[in-house]
Design a protein around this ligand. Structure first.
Ligand code: HEM
Length: 417
């Protein structure tokens, strides 16, 4: 009995000592010395994560960046390891350039498979290198230029649809009922030679499912699910319909992909939503390399908040949050390139950079330019006065009074004589 007690006491003492030693060594490490978002702002069980998720995109990260600087720690939900939020552009460049050392959080894997399958967005390491090499030619400058006429056909159809529904009178439209339908139709045409128009059954199914997802992903359960799955990966295998069933988009794309494989070779890519930030986990120690002077240990996690990088007042100036397109055309109005975020287009971090730079960025930019040019040629737009907020669900989405996919605009047709 005595010996059992002494063994137990030794065990408990060793356990406590190991944890105290680990805590002290963490505190003394460069990472442990990083500033931390105020503990008073963290929930005891949901850490800072829930505060970030339930507030508008970028708001909390932006506020803490102003308070603590571009590199700081936040407390994760359910007592998981702390995460470093980093918006220092050189540190971010280091992480995204080393895409095979800093991988996407394994917690997102089940979600990525459900959304788009084991495609480019999901792949890591050699599998990613291989898939990227296969798909890249379809996104070259010349390939995107060739897509121009098909893109314009889809845009013209959207313009005609709005003109018809306007019936020459100023009308309030929810743009989320038009722009996503148009970009989906474009992807169908240029990617698969397939009609995903808003009146086709497949187009309707994908758009309807997307609208439902926007509502679903803003719920508390959708916030908690990936965190729970990251701690208990077996949850993803439970026979729960929501966990096992593929998204409508994935089902339709698989069906079409299967049909296309019966035909001569054709281009298949998979569609995935855009994001407000990206996260990375180091899979090995960074060999003494540093991220703005923090030595990195395998398992360390980072969050890169795009919105903070694109609107940091230290970099962009006091009007950082304002829409001032003149910055790009007035000489000297833009800070020097070395101070700005790194990215393939106009010093924006939206498409990230490095080996995992958004493969569709040229197509996205072409779509945005052509849609905008066609819209302002045909319509005048007025603010409806409604407050539109940005939430992440499951990409950055406009919300009005808690309802997702809402972007009301008053549209006034321009009469061309
Ligand atoms: C405004 C529109 C878009 C934005 C802001 C955007 C943004 C992004 C971002 C941030 C990533 C990196 C995600 C991460 O690694 O965490 C990404 C990856 C990707 N994007 Fe886009 N994207 C857009 C449009 C498109 C389009 C139109 C396509 C295809 C037609 C596309 C296809 C992809 C693919 C396949 C990846 C994965 C690339 C890889 O991991 O190698 N994106 N995108």
């Amino acid at each position: 009995m005595v010996s059992f007690l002494s063994v137990a006491a030794t065990g408990i003492t060793s356990f406590v000592l190991i944890h105290v030693a680990r805590y002290i060594s963490f505190r003394l490490s460069a990472r442990g010395k990083l500033p931390k978002a105020p503990t008073s702002e963290a929930s005891w069980w949901l850490g800072h994560d829930y505060r970030v998720a339930k507030n508008e995109v970028g708001v909390e990260y932006g506020r803490w960046t102003n308070m603590l600087g571009p590199v700081y720690r936040i407390k994760s939900a359910l007592w998981q390891s702390e995460v470093v939020v980093i918006s220092d552009h050189l540190g971010v460049k280091h992480i995204i350039d080393q895409a095979y050392t800093y991988i996407k959080s394994p917690a997102f894997q089940p979600l990525l498979i459900k959304l788009g399958g084991r495609g480019l967005v999901w792949a890591e390491g050699d599998e990613h290198r291989f898939q990227r090499k296969m798909v890249s030619p379809a996104f070259s400058i010349s390939a995107i230029k060739k897509m121009g006429p098909s893109v314009m056909i889809c845009i013209d159809k959207m313009i005609q649809r709005i003109q018809k529904e306007c019936n020459d009178k100023p009308t309030v439209f929810n743009m989320c009922d038009y722009i996503p339908a148009c970009t989906l139709e474009i992807i169908g045409q240029v990617g698969f030679g397939y009609d995903f128009g808003p009146e086709t059954p497949n187009g309707k199914a994908i758009l309807g499912a997307w609208q439902k997802d926007v509502q679903l992903f803003s719920t508390f359960s959708a916030f908690l699910a990936p965190i729970l799955i990251s701690i208990f990966p077996w949850i993803a295998k439970l026979p729960i319909k929501e966990l096992q069933e593929d998204t409508t988009a994935k089902k339709v794309i698989h069906m079409i992909g299967h049909e296309l494989l019966q035909e001569p070779p054709n281009m298949i890519l998979r569609l995935h939503p855009t994001s407000h930030d990206t996260s990375r986990v180091a899979i090995r120690d960074d060999n003494g390399e540093t991220v703005t002077s923090i030595p990195v240990k395998a398992g360390d996690s980072f969050i890169i908040p795009f919105l903070v990088m694109n609107s940091d007042a230290q970099v962009w100036g006091p009007d950082a949050h304002e829409f001032v397109p003149e910055r790009w055309i007035t000489e000297g109005a833009l800070p020097s390139g070395s101070e700005l975020p790194h990215g393939p287009y106009s010093h924006l971090s939206n498409f990230i950079d490095g080996p995992r730079v958004c493969i569709g960025w040229r197509l996205a930019v072409q779509e945005i330019k052509l849609i905008l040019a066609s819209m302002i040629k045909n319509f005048e737009f007025r603010d409806t006065g409604v407050k539109v907020e940005k939430y992440f669900s499951p990409s950055v989405e406009p919300f009005v009074n808690g309802e997702g996919a809402q972007l009301p605009l008053q549209v006034i047709p321009i009469q061309h004589h």
